[in-house]
Design a protein around this ligand. Structure first.
Ligand code: FRU
Length: 491
């Protein structure tokens, strides 16, 4: 169904309870609802927003269009958690309502200040000629969870030299100053990021465009920037649009990645760094955001989805989910990503195996399931390739393997189940040179997240298999390998 502008920009005030109930029923009838991921109650979820620890809990908001699986009038939906594992749906946090956010409360971040959590977001507006005018808005959330918008935007104008693609403020504090990076497009239609400063969070000064080593042109727009320091290094994350696929890289419609180097020079507004690296090698990952928690951990959550792609859940009135929270660390100029330790609290019944597999594909005793965590370590291999077949059914399987000839990790969803996004290919690969390979896989009803060799690489992807496709197999071709595997059902 094509959605008209009127349908996409309809105010929630005009939607009846009846209508919402009908939609919720359609959504809950979907065979692919997730069991331990954050997903929208109805409609479409996109970017994680305002991720923070405040008042004794983690708060994670997301971009939300409540009425269907399309991009329309965006709201902020609020979820919170004490342990990063079990999330409560709090409800709508920001609703477009005024002259500064009439056409969407777009992405942004949050920061604690004077006992409140300040939400800084892009107010998207359109004039009568449908020309976009973005504002950077502020709202304050109190300890009781109530959210009040400030009367005037924090940043009202787009600075000279940039187009109306100017959004997604990520705010942080250093010494007594607040800083925000904002994703931008230069007038010559190339992507950039700009820096603002403020003494009080309300009054902001333009500090300049961040000088990077990425050249004059690196995509046409940089969305959802994030900057932080980790283990003494400066890390700048962003989601550039318009990069061309190159070898195994940049295969998705849009990319997400980072550069890492010396801390951002806040006076010169300059970042010295190494090459751009993709954060996730899988199919469905975009617009990640990080926060630092009271334990000092830097934690990242991404949108497990991408724009401009139809997903099999669309016909049930919803789309997308967020990734699991991942703890970041730095190793040799690269970010490692590990699922947060708290996820172990989901572990239930356990199965174990330890054996050699040689020129065969076999099921392991007691291994099967729809929702589980699986850790498989392969060593002593002389095989040409080895790996896992997951969510195996009569005509379905999802492959995670190591190709020891080309020294690549491969995620193949060609035969995973209901097909979608095939125009972007059904296989993702990345190079990894190692003698032992471990796959730690989180399998939910309609997704896989694979952490390879303790987070050196991560592959995230949605899959839509049949309910009965619960087989788990290990295989080795062109030789043999030892495999040690543990599987936990997740509760
Ligand atoms: C990224 C993005 C952001 C924008 C938001 C709107 O997916 O396009 O740049 O703020 O989504 O929902």
């Amino acid at each position: 169904m094509e959605w008209t502008k009127e349908q996409r920009y309809r105010s929630m005030d005009d939607v009846t309870e009846e209508e919402l109930k009908g939609l919720a029923k359609l959504v809950n009838d979907c065979p692919w609802r997730q069991s331990f991921h954050i997903q929208p109650p109805t409609g479409l979820l996109n970017d994680p927003n305002g991720f923070s620890y405040y008042n004794g809990e983690y708060h994670l908001f997301y971009q939300w269009f409540p009425l269907g699986p399309v991009h329309g009038l965006k709201h902020w939906y609020h979820t919170k958690s004490k342990d990063l594992v079990h999330w409560d749906n709090v409800g709508m946090a920001i609703k477009p309502s005024n002259d500064y956010d009439s056409h969407g409360a777009y992405s942004g971040s949050s920061i604690e200040h004077e006992g409140k959590l300040y939400l800084m977001y892009t107010g998207n507006t359109r004039d009568d000629n449908w020309i976009r005018h973005p504002y950077q808005c502020l709202a304050e959330m109190s300890q009781d969870g109530s959210v009040v918008k400030m009367d005037a935007p924090a940043i009202g104008d787009v600075p000279a030299g940039y187009t109306d693609h100017f959004r997604d403020p990520k705010v942080w504090k250093e010494a007594d100053q607040f800083y925000a990076v904002i994703g931008a497009q230069r007038e010559n239609e190339t992507g950039a990021v700009v820096l603002y400063r403020s003494g009080d969070l309300k009054d902001w000064q333009f500090a300049g465009e961040v000088k990077t080593g990425l050249g004059e042109s690196f995509g046409y727009m940089w969305e959802c920037p994030d900057y932080f320091e980790l283990e003494g290094q400066g890390v700048f994350l962003f989601s550039p649009q318009g990069l061309e696929a190159k070898g195994d890289s940049f295969q998705n419609i849009y990319q997400s990645g980072y550069v890492i180097g010396s801390p951002l020079d806040l006076e010169k507004v300059e970042l010295k760094h190494g090459p751009f690296q993709e954060l996730d090698r899988g199919f469905d990952f975009y617009a990640p955001q990080t926060t630092v928690d009271p334990h000092g951990r830097r934690i990242l959550v991404g949108w497990m989805g991408l724009p401009e792609i139809d997903y099999p859940t669309d016909k049930n009135g919803w789309a997308h989910c967020l990734t699991l929270p991942r703890e970041l660390s730095v190793k040799e100029g690269k970010l490692l990503q590990q699922p947060v330790a708290e996820l172990e609290s989901l572990r239930g019944d356990k199965a174990e195996a330890n054996q050699r597999v040689e020129n065969e594909s076999i099921g392991l005793d007691g291994f099967e399931g729809e929702v589980y965590e699986l850790l498989a370590e392969f060593s002593g291999s002389i095989a040409e390739e080895f790996g896992l077949e997951l969510r195996v059914g009569e005509n379905e399987k999802t492959l995670i393997k190591y190709d020891a000839v080309s020294k690549k990790v491969v995620f193949d969803r060609t035969h995973s189940g209901a097909t979608f996004a095939e125009e972007f290919g059904t296989v993702r690969k990345c190079a990894l040179d190692a003698d032992t390979i471990s796959f730690r896989v989180f399998v939910d009803v309609s997704s896989l997240e694979v952490f390879v060799n303790n987070g050196e690489e991560v592959f995230t992807g949605r899959i839509f298999p049949g309910k009965n496709s619960t087989g788990i197999r290990v295989f080795a071709h062109g030789g043999g390998t030892n495999v040690k595997a543990v599987k936990w059902n997740l509760r």
